[in-house]
Design a protein around this ligand. Structure first.
Ligand code: NAP
Length: 496
């Protein structure tokens, strides 16, 4: 059960505490933030609304703890992480329970998220030991005009304090994808979890606490992003921001100081289907890619661009497969569960109504009860409809019929987003040419877009992000290069 057993100390009455200086604390604000269960639409949990003063203290403690942590041997840092990973996996059930209640993630997927997060932490520890254990030696005489009189030793050092802000849809996995690389690289870490998902994140942080990390090195401050977000992201104590979310990330990048930013933002991942594609494979990937977790994934298929000649066949197959999707509460492991909030459901409905008014073909009847939206396929969508461009983050998928590959590529590249895309064809040469032409961070050939496995590079172009994630990239991004140059006496001074 959430908040019980080893997690008893993280809650006070009915409000979850925040984590600072190695302790679970109540905020001096005396205020809390309610987390609404998307299924029941009633308050499920409460978390502290932390104050600016509390953020200041967390930053000071982080700075002090980081100095010692950076000198802790790399193998020891890895040991702490392995321990946290094991504790996290051991407690997957109460954490998954929070994910079910806070973000309506289907129960099975919630457990998978926690286990995957444990694996991510362990992999990061191993990868960090390898890549941070290596440096470089440069000699001066490779550059014109130089003698062999300077030796440059360079290695990677931590940035300092990393601020991690994950989104609601993977509050555990996308938090540890920032926490683990930051820590193995010798940084301190301040987490601001998403409000929906905060309680799962606090449970996850407690696993790091139980692993015995030094006091102050890791902290978790809760509160609404709209209230404490700016104070955190513009805080002078922050040396790096790793953010995953929507447009908020664009605003943060404009406000943040001269510090490295890792921004993984929204997407409008296109699925391009050519005439020679395996249509059953296409169908399976459209349904899984478009509707898993009710479409609330950055890499969900968000628009299908399909050659007219195979469109009717694929639409029929997709409709038939969609009829098997189960719809209902996350506790029952349904495929389609309520979307995260009422405002999100209203936004999705707005896109659907716009498409309706402009003449899209509804393959199913539009149906909504509370935050639960029945899966919907919209055919004959045209570029003048909002849903052709905007990210619904819901179980609603537009189909645009195209008459040439170039038309599909053009639509994809005209998007403000550039996260992933996918192409279905049996012609590998064509697939590679299309991949080269698409302005997205990744192109999947013959499979739906996906983040992961977690060690693969993962990045968005244009408004989809800055920098690259994936375990190795994140470790590198959270370090900087430090050089020491050994200057020898003049070359005329020789031995031997
Ligand atoms: P969001 O509204 O942008 O929120 C993301 C995080 O930012 C939350 O923790 C939120 O806290 C916080 N926040 C809000 N205002 C802030 C501010 N002024 N300063 C600092 N932090 C602030 O996104 P979301 O609705 O949680 O997630 C959905 C979006 O994430 C979609 O666009 C999706 O495509 C994107 N996403 C991208 C990736 C990727 O890797 N590219 C992966 C997953 C999701 P509160 O919850 O307290 O507001």
């Amino acid at each position: 059960m959430a908040g019980t057993g080893v997690f008893e100390e993280i809650i006070d009455g009915e409000v979850y505490k925040y984590y600072a200086d190695g302790e679970w604390k109540k905020s001096a604000s005396g205020k809390s933030v309610s987390i609404i269960n998307p299924t029941t639409r009633t308050p499920q949990y409460k978390v502290q609304a932390c104050t600016q003063e509390e953020v200041n203290k967390v930053m000071d403690a982080a700075k002090a703890a980081q100095k010692l942590w950076a000198r802790t041997p790399l193998w020891k840092r890895a040991e702490f992480l392995h321990k946290a990973a094991a504790i996290l996996k051991e407690h997957k059930n109460p954490i998954a329970e929070c994910l079910v209640k806070e973000i309506a993630k289907p129960a099975k997927d919630a457990v998978t998220e926690v286990v995957r997060s444990g694996d991510l932490i362990s992999y990061t520890a191993e990868d960090g030991v390898r890549i941070l254990g290596e440096g470089k030696l440069l000699v001066s005489d490779s550059f014109p005009g130089n003698e062999r009189s300077k030796y440059c030793l360079s290695s990677k050092i931590p940035l300092g304090v990393v601020l991690a802000i994950p989104p609601f849809n993977y509050p555990v996995n996308l938090a540890v994808s920032k926490i683990a690389p930051a820590l193995i690289a010798g940084n301190a870490l301040v987490l601001k979890p998403p409000t929906q998902g905060a309680v799962a994140a606090l449970h996850m942080i407690h696993c790091f606490h139980l692993a015995g990390f030094p006091k102050g090195l890791i902290s978790c401050v809760t509160g609404k992003g709209s209230e404490i977000g700016d104070f955190l992201t513009m805080h002078p104590g922050v040396n790096c921001i790793s953010f995953t979310g929507g447009d908020t990330g664009i605003a943060i990048s404009k406000k943040a100081g001269m510090i490295p930013l890792q921004m993984e933002l929204g997407g409008k991942d296109a699925c391009i289907v050519l005439e020679d594609a395996d249509l059953d494979l296409v169908t399976a990937n459209i349904v899984k890619g478009g509707y898993s977790y009710s479409g609330q994934r950055c890499t969900a298929v968000k628009v299908v661009l399909i050659m007219e000649s195979v469109a009717d066949a694929v639409v029929e197959k997709v409709k038939a497969k969609m009829a098997n999707l189960t719809i209902g509460p996350p506790e029952e492991n349904c495929d389609i569960t309520p979307v995260v909030s009422e405002s999100s459901a209203n936004f999705i409905e707005g896109l659907v109504m716009d498409a309706k008014q402009k003449g899209a073909t509804f393959c199913q009847e539009y149906r909504r009860e509370g935050n639960l939206i029945w899966p919907l396929l919209l055919d004959h969508v045209r570029p003048d409809m909002r849903i052709a461009w905007e990210e619904p983050f819901g179980p609603v998928l537009p189909v645009i019929r195209i008459s040439s590959v170039e038309e599909g590529i053009h639509h994809c590249n005209a998007s403000n987003f550039g996260l992933q895309g996918c192409v279905f064809t049996r012609d590998i040469n064509k697939a590679i040419m299309i991949s080269d032409a698409l302005e997205t961070g990744t192109v999947q050939i013959n499979s739906a877009p996906a983040r992961g496995p977690d060690h693969f590079p993962f990045q968005g172009l244009k408004e989809s992000g800055i920098g690259s994630q994936g375990i190795t990239n994140s470790i590198n991004m959270m370090t900087k290069i430090k050089s020491t140059v050994i200057n020898l006496p003049s070359p005329s001074y020789t031995i031997g």
